[in-house]
Design a protein around this ligand. Structure first.
Ligand SMILES: *[C@@H]1O[C@H](CO)[C@@H](O)[C@H](O)[C@H]1NC(C)=O
Ligand SMILES: *[C@@H]1O[C@H](CO)[C@@H](O)[C@H](O)[C@H]1NC(C)=O
Length: 335
């Protein structure tokens, strides 16, 4: 094909943004409005970031609910959540592992996660049309009941043993076998091909299709069953395991467990949930622009807020359960 000025214009118009931003913890609570809607408390504990409308029965367009968000982008009232990491002492007690912020983010964010909406790979914007999720959209990736084969199939669910907060490789598919000097990172990459029709599905996954070869890599073409390319959504959580470095079991077994209570010492059940809640067309406007990471802030094209404003936002407490300090059992579990 010969290049024409028209083709060039079309390419320029398709230049797309890549978003990377921090969202502080909005609540740590035993709720799961996607998988266990209307159930309070839910089966296991989650760490949640984003808008403060988070509640057991939230539904509909959450971009229009709540009054604040813990995210840098102040029009993003979405909720993002994962299981919570616990340290299991050889004496049988558990303690929640604190969450620390990524060093690529502005200092002082209260715990939380780093959120990505990309389309090509980590370093470039790409040139595909990306359709923002519609109001009411939700999905999950991974599952507490998934075995090792789940993580073999899904290259987007990974762990990194951190030397420093900037360590990114190697990515491993289970808990590390030794203490990690700089903490542990969990990564959740969601599928980015949507069926274009369903805001959700009975298993919260069938409306999506994954063509990602591995995390932060260019995805293959979407299949005809799931033809709509949506942003490649990913979460990173940094767990501050330093406090436990001298309590590592002498037999070398892994002492970390996720809040869903797999006692085998494996992390195959790692999972994450998403409820879309950007206001109006904010996410579409961002994906249609060509900004990258923090260059998208300050109205170019997204409104942003200070760390103090992010940290001031909190969701309502529904469960009122103590999950701090040394516990006899994981919240909601008998061991
Ligand atoms: C959620 O529950 C609260 C309290 O029970 C109720 O006031 C509200 O109407 C419910 N919302 C939905 C969408 O069911
Ligand atoms: C287990 O060890 C921790 C840390 O020393 C301690 O605080 C906790 O009370 C112990 N739990 C039991 C059941 O002894």
């Amino acid at each position: 094909m010969r290049w024409s000025p028209f083709a060039l214009v079309a390419l320029l118009k398709q230049s797309q943004a890549a978003l990377r931003f921090g969202c502080g913890t909005v609540t740590i609570q035993r709720l799961d409005p996607v998988v266990q809607s209307n159930v309070s408390p839910s089966a296991h504990l989650h760490q949640v970031v984003g808008g403060n409308a988070f509640s057991p029965n939230m539904t509909g367009d959450i971009g229009n609910q709540g009054t604040c968000t813990t995210c840098t982008f102040s029009e993003d009232f979405s909720n993002y959540w994962t299981a919570v990491l616990f340290f299991k002492h050889t004496n049988g007690s558990y303690k929640r592992v604190k969450i620390m912020e990524n060093d690529a983010l502005p200092a002082g964010i209260n715990g939380g996660m780093t959120i990505y909406y990309t389309q090509q790979d980590f370093n470039s914007n790409g040139n595909k049309k990306i359709t923002a999720f519609p109001p009411g959209f939700r999905m999950t990736v991974g599952s507490p009941t998934q075995g090792k084969d789940g993580l073999t199939k899904h290259k987007g669910l990974r762990f990194t043993c951190l030397d420093t907060k900037s360590t990114r490789f190697p990515e491993i598919d289970d808990f590390p076998k030794k203490p990690c000097k700089g903490g542990l990172m969990t990564e959740h990459h969601f599928p980015s091909c949507w069926d274009g029709k369903n805001l959700d599905s009975p298993d919260h996954q069938a409306h999506m299709y994954d063509t990602q070869p591995t995390g932060f890599a260019a995805g293959g073409a979407c299949p005809s069953s799931h033809p709509v390319r949506v942003p490649q959504l990913a979460y990173e959580t940094l767990w501050d395991t330093a406090e436990f470095k001298d309590m590592w079991p002498k037999d070398g077994s892994n002492p970390f467990v996720f809040s869903y209570g797999d006692q085998e010492g494996h992390a195959y059940g790692t999972h994450a949930d998403y409820m879309f809640g950007w206001k109006g067309d904010a996410l579409q406007r961002a994906m249609d622009s060509s900004c990258m990471f923090n260059a998208c802030e300050n109205g170019k094209p997204l409104k942003s807020q200070s760390v103090a404003q992010m940290n001031a936002c909190k969701a309502k407490e529904f469960v009122n359960e103590d999950h701090e300090g040394w516990l006899k059992a994981l919240p909601g579990m008998t061991a």
